[in-house]
Design a binder for this molecule. Structure first.
Ligand code: APR
Ligand code: PHB
Length: 390
């Protein structure tokens, strides 16, 4: 096989890049190791920055997002038994976010690939990039027992944190930055009406909690738990009791509980690999960086990388201009690190750290007090939450 851009990974990063390039006549072959059903079975957050939503529309896959996604003009932060609203729209001159599950977004991207008859190969095993530091890189993989080769001009590593792409960069070329948080999030999906039409990020001495949603009849709730906990420690009744204890009384009283249809614990970790390029290989999304979910930046950081890589490849093929490719890693990382900062700030502000000193806890408290006493501080939160400019 031969194509312009070989893409490893059929998650949001790889699918969005493939869709955008194909609409500009640039050929891609996307290799995904799992089945489409498996990829679509993953339950993940979906708070889309306005820039990401614009990119989905440019990719020709924004119609259902605009029809079914929910525009949120604000979020709440609950502390000290009360909740205070952050007016995202008012603080950013009119910008909002769209709440639209990542599963639905991924489904729309796959449908877009189908409509354009894009080449997406599932159950591609042992995908391996070759000759990355030559002008003729290629990919090999196995499918149905056959070995296949894909010759391409460039390779996009969109294969997530555990993929093969980042591991294909010589270790001596890579700088890695990581922070592992001493707690995780226990998440529950329930077929119940969400307790609030807008997200509530709650901080409490017992720990962090988040009230989110997927639709008017599907709620998504989280509580911070020790890393030593397992899902079995948290039957539904215990989960909802603990969630309510961390919320303002009026919110707890209004909560409709119901059986969990999905329950899982995710550790919180931050990670960045530099550079995001090695020869003809370009990393995008979770392949290069991970953020704790507190700031809802994961999907949006992936979209940011795709934006820069898409325009860099467009400049190469349409204008013979490689400045975008040469500057990709630096440009993408500049925004990645701002997403890391915001995720770190939200996580530090709202979680209970087991080893926090009394001074640390007073700093958390004064940070919250200052936040709600200063329009400038709220505007800083808001501009990061709706999405900084690309
Ligand atoms: N070969 C082929 N495909 C692979 C390989 C491999 N060696 N390793 C991983 N993959 C596939 C995975 O099966 C997955 O479908 O790459 C895809 C990577 O998708 P994601 O992990 O979703 O990463 P990304 O597309 O960058 O999206 C980032 O997803 O994980 C969330 O919070 C994250 O919202 C963020 C978004
Ligand atoms: C979610 O709805 O799953 C969600 C929303 C916002 C976050 C994290 C997760 O910051």
């Amino acid at each position: 096989m031969k194509t312009e851009v070989g893409i490893i990974g059929g998650g949001p990063s790889g699918l969005l890049l493939a869709q955008l390039l194909h609409r500009q006549g640039i050929g891609t072959v996307l290799l995904e190791k799992h089945t489409r059903e498996y990829v679509l079975s993953r339950i993940r957050a979906g708070v889309l920055e306005h820039g990401f939503a614009k990119l989905m529309r440019e990719a020709g896959v924004g119609e259902r997002m605009d029809r079914e996604g929910q525009i949120h003009d604000g979020i709440f932060i609950a502390h000290g038994g009360v909740r205070e609203r952050v007016d995202l729209k008012g603080l950013t001159g009119g910008n909002s976010v769209i709440v639209y599950g990542q599963t639905e977004l991924t489904r729309d991207l796959y449908d877009g690939r189908d409509r354009m008859q894009g080449t997406v190969i599932h159950e591609a095993q042992d995908v391996t990039p070759h000759d990355l530091d030559t002008p003729r890189p290629y990919l090999t993989f196995r499918k149905d027992g056959e070995s296949v080769r894909v010759d391409c001009d460039f390779i996009a590593g969109c294969d997530g944190f555990h993929g093969v792409s980042r591991r294909s960069i010589p270790p001596e070329r890579l700088s890695e930055y990581e922070r592992v948080y001493p707690f995780g999030w226990l998440g529950v999906l329930s077929r119940t009406p969400p307790v609030s039409p807008e997200l509530i990020y709650a901080t409490h001495e017992r720990g962090f909690a988040l009230c989110s949603l997927r639709s008017p009849t599907l709620s998504r709730y989280y509580i911070q738990v020790p890393l030593s906990d397992s899902v079995d420690d948290w039957p539904d009744e215990r989960f909802f009791d603990e969630l309510k204890r961390r919320l303002p009384p009026d919110v707890a009283a209004a909560m409709v509980t119901g059986p969990s249809i999905e329950k899982s614990i995710a550790p919180l970790r931050a990670y960045v690999a530099e550079p995001m390029r090695h020869g003809r290989l370009f990393l995008a999304g979770d392949a290069a960086h991970i953020v704790p979910p507190t700031g809802a930046r994961g999907l949006n950081s992936a979209a940011s990388d795709v934006y820069y890589l898409y325009h860099a490849l467009l400049d190469h093929y349409q204008r013979g201009d490689d400045s975008g490719l040469d500057g990709y890693s630096e440009r993408a990382l500049a925004r990645v690190w701002k997403g890391q900062r915001f995720s770190w700030w939200m996580t530090s502000l709202l979680h209970r750290f087991p080893d926090a000193s009394p001074y640390d806890r007073r700093m958390q408290a004064i940070e919250l007090t200052y936040l709600f006493s200063s329009r400038a501080a709220l505007a800083s939160l808001a501009e990061n939450y709706v999405g900084l400019p690309f």
